[in-house]
Design a protein around this ligand. Structure first.
Ligand code: ADP
Length: 594
């Protein structure tokens, strides 16, 4: 508002000053002109009257004295014209005057109009008359006889008349000026407002634009420059609004893309201040700040190595790649990050971008793989070494007793059977783990499948003196699955239960529904499994009692196969067991939809 007032008053004061100056100048010029014209006119009439007087007074002047009748003539003329007439001899002695007695008048040789007439033929003077006591205008001409100066005739008019005329004129001019100002100053207010109003409005719109408000419009009231400016401002506001919308859309798109990245992304500027951090990368930041954009990376990042790498990438302009373990309060995590400097088009480094990946899973997988290879090699090594040793012993001793050789051969057979069991289990596990994509599920009658699995172990159960009992539900249960794999899983559980059935010699297999989930439970009343082994029992090659498992022909892979078969079927395997009371393994299938 202050600006508006300023601009308005600036414009208006310039206008008002111009108006006043113009009015004064015009008034002054008119007055000067009129004054000059009036004086010239009076001067001209005085000159004409002088010439008339010249003819009347010439004889008296030639005679050097006022001839009779001159005085009367002058008085008469004076009364008729209102002009004062004076006849002055060459030496300044007044011969006659229309208003005073010549004898009473002083010598006039020093009067400026007479002096001027003496030298140039005529002279004018405006001054106060000591004789008549008022301001007069005098005009005198020299009266000559050939070259000889005889004297002067002078006409005079009182200036009071002219002054009052001029005064009246001045008043008229002043009234005119006053009227002009009275009309033009309010008009100026109106015009100044007309000019400033659109400017003020445009200023408000521009202020709105700078504050992000693009909805305001400047009215286009004229087609002049101001109108065009308002139109351009409106267009600019529209364009800006569109561009801002595009920028905002692009920005939110970019943010959505960055937020949905599974990798963490953090970008810092040249001063290592955070420019952007996505949701994943925020999990590597200290939690005490609500908004970390604009803060220094060292302030908010909880990974010092990442801070160092960002700093190094900015100063060296090189890409840095690292892998490290984050030792935290919970499970340790492994991360890998790549930090790359980002540059402007001129190649100048403006900051750095770090991409962080959680590679804990890959690390665990890698660890499991090496562990598996080490375990598998170890498991394979013992039967191979045994077979080799036995075979070498037999070969090196051709005289060996038959009974010993037969025992050795028997051991070779046992070890090779163990070896083949191990290889078979490893192949089964690999097939279950990696081959389930190609597997084609089909509806299976659970009871039929379980019965088939039990039948596969009937001779083994009989040999071990174990009674395997099957408890079926009232109505048949169908699951979607791969029969070969399910036979393998149920078979492994039945096999283990027979192996670890203990003295009671009873294995119970039950099929039922847990909630809406089909369940197959295999229960034995053997030694059971202590609680501390429960979490690891399904790992490959994990055994509670290694020697006993070996002795029973176990490979340590059975439960791992069971677990993976159930994962492939979208289900799970659960264990309930306590030492001395036996174990119950349950295969739980995904819920059945009505
Ligand atoms: P294994 O071939 O040795 O049986 P598994 O993976 O099938 O390998 O089982 C792993 C270990 O779990 C076994 O060595 C054994 O110690 C234990 N285990 C499995 N089933 C039972 C069970 N029913 N009773 C007691 N222990 C069991």
């Amino acid at each position: 508002m202050a600006l508006r007032t300023q601009f308005f008053w600036k414009l208006y004061s310039v206008y008002a000053v111009l108006i006043v100056i113009t009015a004064l100048t015009v008034g002054l010029l008119i007055q000067l002109r009129i004054t000059r014209d009036s004086l010239q006119r009076i001067e001209h009439s005085l000159e004409q009257q002088c010439q008339m007087l010249d003819a009347i007074a010439a004889d008296s002047l030639r005679a050097g004295t006022a001839l009779s009748g001159l005085d009367t003539q002058l008085h008469l003329l004076g009364d008729q014209t209102g002009t004062r007439f004076t006849v002055v001899r060459e030496d300044g002695v007044v011969l006659a005057d229309s208003e005073m007695a010549a004898s009473e008048m002083e010598n006039h040789s020093n009067r400026p109009e007479l002096q001027a007439a003496g030298s140039s033929g005529s002279g004018v003077s405006r001054r106060f008359s000591r004789s008549v006591h008022e301001r007069m205008m005098y005009y005198a001409i020299a009266v000559k006889d050939g070259d000889r100066l005889l004297g002067y005739v002078r006409t005079a008019l009182p200036l009071s008349d002219i002054d009052s005329q001029l005064q009246a004129l001045r008043l008229t001019v002043l009234v005119g000026m006053g009227f002009t100002l009275l009309v033009s100053l309010p008009l100026g207010l109106y015009f100044a407002r007309r000019v400033t109003r659109p400017v003020t409005r445009m200023m408000e719109v521009a202020r709105g634009i700078s504050g992000g408000n693009y909805s305001q419009r400047a009215e286009v009231m004229t087609h002049d420059e101001l109108g065009q400016l308002a139109e351009m401002l409106n267009n600019m506001s529209d364009n800006l609004s569109q561009r801002m919308q595009i920028i905002a859309r692009d920005r939110s798109q970019l943010e959505a893309i960055l937020a949905s990245m599974s990798e963490g992304l953090i970008a810092v500027d040249g001063q290592e201040r955070v420019v952007h951090v996505n949701r994943v990368a925020a999990s590597y930041c200290r939690q005490e700040f609500d908004n970390i954009a604009g803060r220094h990376a060292w302030e908010c990042l909880a990974v010092p190595e990442l801070v160092q790498s960002l700093s190094a990438a900015i100063s060296n302009g090189s890409t840095i790649q690292r892998e490290l373990e984050l030792v935290g309060t919970g499970n340790n995590r492994w991360i890998s990050f790549v930090v790359t400097p980002w540059r402007d088009t001129g190649g100048q480094v403006l900051g750095a971008v770090g991409i962080i990946r959680d590679i804990t899973g890959t690390h665990e997988f890698e660890h499991m793989r090496t562990q598996f290879i080490a375990n598998a090699s170890h498991e394979l090594k013992s039967p191979v070494t045994a077979i080799r040793g036995l075979a070498e012993t037999i070969l090196n001793d051709p005289e060996m007793e038959h009974s010993i050789r037969d025992r050795f051969m028997g051991s070779i057979l046992d070890e090779s059977l163990r070896l083949s069991g191990l290889v078979n289990d490893m192949l089964s596990l690999s097939r279950v783990e990696h081959g389930f994509h190609e597997r084609e599920d089909e509806p299976l009658d659970l009871a039929g499948t379980v019965r088939l699995a039990i039948d596969n172990f009937s001779s083994k159960a009989e040999a071990a003196g174990v009674d395997v009992q099957l408890e079926l539900p009232d109505s048949p249960i169908t699951v979607m699955g791969d029969q070969e794999n399910l036979l393998l899983a149920i078979g492994n559980l039945v096999d283990n239960a027979i192996k670890y059935a203990g003295t009671k010699g009873l294995v119970e297999v039950r099929i039922d529904i847990d909630g809406d989930r089909p369940r197959v439970s295999v229960r034995d009343y053997g030694q059971g499994i202590p609680e501390e082994h429960h979490s690891r029992i399904f790992e490959r090659f994990y055994r509670v009692d290694k020697a006993r498992s070996r002795q029973l022909g176990g490979t340590g892979l059975g439960l791992a196969i069971v677990k993976h078969v159930m994962i492939a079927h979208g289900g799970e395997v659960r264990l309930k067991s306590s030492p001395g009371k036996g174990s119950e393994f349950s295969l739980i299938f995904p819920g059945q939809r009505a």
